[in-house]
Write a protein that binds this ligand. Structure first.
Ligand code: EPU
Length: 425
């Protein structure tokens, strides 16, 4: 396994470019399953563990893929399987994104149930509800979702989500694009990744109205055509890099970002005392000498993202006072806190909120990654900790951050990757 070894205490300065978004790349790749003729071309697809797993999943289904630079070409003309096996789904919950496209194109899909998640329950009932509304019959058998459409083709329906779900909205839009008739989706997720998916589907010939709003109307079409699409930049990676500037009292510029995607996060950086300058697709963060404590409530877009909650907690360990952190999307997403406390942070968890008492001088030790954003949070803490921090199980980080240590090194961090053997008892 790999670990990151960080010698903290360096002020980060300079500029880096954000990679393509992981969380839009995955549904974009899934959407190519809807197009039975020709080759789709996706640009700015990051080379990450999760995008590799998704490519592997499509190859397993029989797709023909080639990846060069950040360009991914996919032909799903000759698919041979409608089954997403446990071996791949267990590596990545987002594999559920193949459910809608396979059902819509073939009238049949078998997708392994994703299983547990490191930060609490992550059900898939809304995905299944949406597919049932569109005419699928679903049974759960031997750990698999077995979904069939008796008439062969899904039909339009009204789908009302009781809560906002990125994945269920994505699955519903993809499935409805090939369904017979009109589908309306109420309380649709409005994350930029869903808007990007709608834009790609539209480029393929789907008829979607209301992209970027909570009500989507989809006029199903009999088939979709191959299309080219450039993925959006990764707003969470960009925000994490800005946080690296903020926590080290540095000045960091991230290129290639749509600042509107980060409005809520940038506002919080400003409340914390950082100076934010936006110039077209470039954001510069200049850190104050003293960070102000700043509360956040992680919620669906356009509010503060849950995927920045852990990194924000790391930042607040350096603020002068008490900050309250609530996550309304994943109430139990606090696995990073015991590890941060091992680095010397003073954070309490009261049921669904974290109370961060800052500022604390963190001191380096060995810490364990438990999930993707928890790992990013520990890396940020390592950048400011006195001495050496070793972040173990970096494979979590590799799921969603492309060349993170290179980018941080470029900004002046003392960080390196090392291989290690984990002892088993
Ligand atoms: N939910 C249900 N039932 C469902 C689906 C979701 O109750 O069928 C609940 C979830 O448990 C959660 C809330 O709805 O409380 C929102 O979950 P959502 O479906 O929006 O999450 P997701 O689509 O599974 C994506 C990202 C996550 C990100 C969330 C929230 C991808 C591949 N994953 O997950 O990203 O945290 O949206 O924004 O897009 C990450 O990148 O680290 C990550 C976990």
């Amino acid at each position: 396994m790999d670990k990151l070894v960080i010698n903290g205490g360096h002020r980060l300065t300079g500029s880096v470019t954000a990679s393509g978004s992981k969380n839009s790349a995955l549904p974009l790749i899934a959407a190519t399953l809807l197009c039975g003729n020709g080759t789709c071309l996706l640009e700015r697809i990051p080379d990450l563990k999760d995008t590799r797993t998704f490519r592997e999943l499509l190859a397993y289904l029989g797709a023909d893929l080639s990846y060069s630079g950040t360009t991914l070409r996919i032909s799903t003309r000759n698919l041979q399987s409608i089954q997403a096996p446990y071996e791949l789904v267990k590596k990545m919950r987002a594999s559920i994104y193949v459910l809608g496209p396979l059902l819509a194109r073939f009238g049949r899909a078998e997708v392994s149930l994703p299983g547990g998640c490191a930060f609490g329950p992550r059900p898939i009932d809304l995905h299944l509800m949406a597919m049932e509304k569109l005419g699928a019959s679903i049974t759960i058998r031997n750990g698999y979702i077995d979904a069939t459409v008796s008439s062969g083709r899904l039909h339009g329906a009204h789908i009302e989500f009781p809560i906002s779900s990125v994945g269920a909205t994505g699955n519903a839009v993809m499935a409805a694009s090939l369904a017979e008739g009109t589908t309306t989706i109420s309380n649709a997720a409005i994350e930029p990744e869903i808007t990007a998916l709608c834009d790609f589907l539209t480029a393929m010939g789907a008829r979607i109205d209301g992209a970027g709003t909570t009500t989507l109307t989809i006029e199903g079409v009999p088939s979709l055509q191959p299309a080219s699409f450039t993925n959006i930049f990764d707003r969470i990676e960009a925000a994490t890099l800005l946080a690296a500037g903020a926590i080290t009292k540095g000045t960091v510029t991230v290129n290639g970002v749509d600042a509107t995607h980060l409005a809520a996060v940038l506002k919080k950086f400003e409340q914390a005392g950082c100076t934010i300058t936006i110039d077209r697709d470039t954001i510069t963060l200049q850190s104050p000498e003293t960070l102000h404590p700043t509360d956040i409530i992680a919620s669906p877009y356009p509010l503060f993202p849950t995927d920045m909650q852990a990194q924000w907690i790391a930042l607040m360990t350096q603020a002068d006072g008490i900050s309250q952190i609530i996550d309304k999307v994943y109430h139990e997403r606090f696995n990073h806190i015991p590890e941060l406390n091992r680095l010397g942070a003073n954070i309490e968890i009261n049921t669904n909120e974290a109370i961060v008492h800052g500022p604390e001088q963190l001191t380096g030790t060995t810490v364990m990654s438990t999930d993707l954003r928890a790992s990013a949070c520990l890396v940020l803490a390592g950048l400011v900790a006195q001495g050496t921090t070793e972040v173990l199980r970096v494979y979590h980080l590799d799921r969603g951050y492309e060349k993170i240590e290179e980018k941080l090194r470029h900004l002046g961090a003392d960080i390196r990757r090392e291989h290690y053997q984990e002892f088993s008892r």
